[in-house]
Structure formats: C-alpha cells, structure tokens
Design a protein. Structure first.
Length: 132
C-alpha cells in the first residue's frame, strides 16, 4: 500500500517488490528482443563480437571496453524503445515534437553504434591483421 509523506508517494519495500523488479526487467528485455529489430541486430552483433574476442584472445582491458560498450548500446536501445512506446501512448496522431523526440532518441543509439564500430576496429583489426 502506498502512503503519502509530505506530498510524496512512498513505495513499500520488501523481497516481493525486489523479486518483481527483476521479473519486470526481464519481461521488458524479452519484449524488446522479440519486437524491436534494432535490439535483435545489437544482440547478434554482441554475440559476434564476443565470439571474435574469444577467437582472437582479447586482453583483459579489451574485454572490459567491449562489455562496457555492449552494455551501453543495449541499455540505450532499451531506453529508445521505452521513449518510443511512451510517445506512441501519448500521441495518437502525428506531432512534430513527438517525431523529434523519437528521432533524437534513435540518433543517440546510432551515435553509440558508430563509437562501438570504431572501438571494434581499434580492438579487432590489429589482431586480424596479425593473423596474416
């Protein structure tokens, strides 16, 4: 039960709420994976990058960079999905501000993807060249 304290809603704490937070997060991840093509592509690229890293024997710092950028991109894609769903809920007809919000949210993931590609080239290209 929610109670009010100085005008703020205080949510109850407990193990059930804690467990449900994981449940809801996993449900959101499953939804996005099944319904968002971009997330599916990012997951495929993640699998490819990890496989390539295992084959090429990445150093610890390289793995760290790889996992950080993967996490940032996947989180950004999920935030983009949440932003788009919220805008679609609020705006039933075309609205230029809704378009701007959706496009810029998508652009943030695009920028991170470019950074990831550059980082991947920096990590993987020298190791691939060394094979030949």
């Amino acid at each position: 039960m929610k109670s009010k304290s100085q005008g703020k809603v205080i949510k109850p704490r407990g193990i059930k709420r804690f467990i449900n937070s994981f449940k809801y997060s996993i449900e959101g991840l499953i939804y996005a994976y099944r319904n968002e093509q971009s997330l599916f592509i990012h997951v495929c690229m993640t699998i490819l990058a990890i496989a390539l890293g295992l084959l090429l024997g990445l150093e610890r710092y390289e793995w760290l960079f790889l996992f950080i950028i993967i996490g940032i991109i996947l989180a950004a894609e999920l935030m983009n999905t949440a932003i788009e769903a919220t805008i679609d809920l609020v705006c039933k007809t075309f609205n230029i501000n809704a378009k701007i919000a959706k496009d810029t949210a998508a652009a943030s993931v695009f920028i991170l993807s470019i950074v990831a590609i550059i980082g991947g080239i920096y990590i993987f290209l020298p190791k691939i060249i060394a094979l030949f």
